[in-house]
Design a protein around this ligand. Sequence first.
Ligand code: CP3
Length: 327
Amino acid sequence: MRQAGRSLPEYRRLRGDGDILDAIAKPELAAELTLQPVRRYGVDAAILFSDIVVPLAAIGVGVEIVTGRGPVIDRPFRKYEDLRRLRPLEPEADLAYVLETIRMVVGELNVPLIGFAGAPFTLASYLVEGGPSRTFARTKALMHGEPELWHQVVDRLADIALATLRAQVKAGASAIQLFDSWAGALSPSDYETFALPASRKVLEGMGDLGVPRIHFGVGTGELLALMSEAGADVVGVDWRVPLDVARRRIGAGKAVQGNLDPAVCLAPAGVVIEEATKVLQDAGGEPGHIFNLGHGVLPETDPGVLAQVVETVHNWRPGTPSGEVAG
Ligand code: CP3
């Protein structure tokens, strides 16, 4: 459960109000922040404490994470000459602290660690917009108006994502997740032309390492069939599409990840457990389901409720009627 830590008092104490990019650059702190939610909830995997913009900051793109807003780029990308600012990533030199964090975490964990990167489209949207966006207007204007420049931007971002993911696996990550959080802003045809090829380059480029590849998006109901062609082993689904419907769109041979609505987790515990059980029933068993929220944990979530969700998932056996979870 991404951002599970944000609901924990011990996490907030340790994390403080400091800049998240500074916290990520301190391996001991980042390792401890990765481990805390695993200890508290007993989940089956850890997700690295980092951010999708970290590789961009590491190659010198000016980016700041503004509290309450998200990543803000100091000089947004608009022209061909901006391409020069996207130099290749050399993970051992540029991201030594991330690799050190991974080695520390893996030494202490007894569950797998998931490494991750931002997908080219989602990262490009931050670069072009200059920050979070509701309409993605500048991004769409650039991709349609200057498709050659767009393709070069996302191709470079694919190489950057691939370099960081390969290095994370070599440092000890057992699975990887490609976060295309904002892909749902695209029509299927735009997704196919402007986002899919670069994501495929990343996911297929990981094929030889033999680790499970998870492909995440939000609001991607109309894109699931296309996403399933991008080369991942697991396709993430948010709460807008029930997992049995999603499986039909995704097709045979892929696992699904999701899809409890994070907002539902603010309801009374009994309701949350019922909704979590529905997710488990809809998922079916084959060929695999990673129970997760459809997006990150909201900070105001009660940790006690999340602990009960974890317990519900652990006690689940297919065929259990709703509301009567076997213990
Ligand atoms: O949520 C997603 O869609 C996943 C992909 C994603 C991450 N960062 C991965 C991540 C995205 C889209 C971002 C950008 C980002 N970074 C945002 C979103 C803003 C927007 O556009 O709406 C924000 C708010 C940040 C800053 C950030 N990064 C925060 C506040 C946190 C939580 C931890 C903290 O100390 O406050 C992160 C950590 C982060 N970003 C993780 C991941 C996988 C680490 C793992 C975790 O916290 O569980």
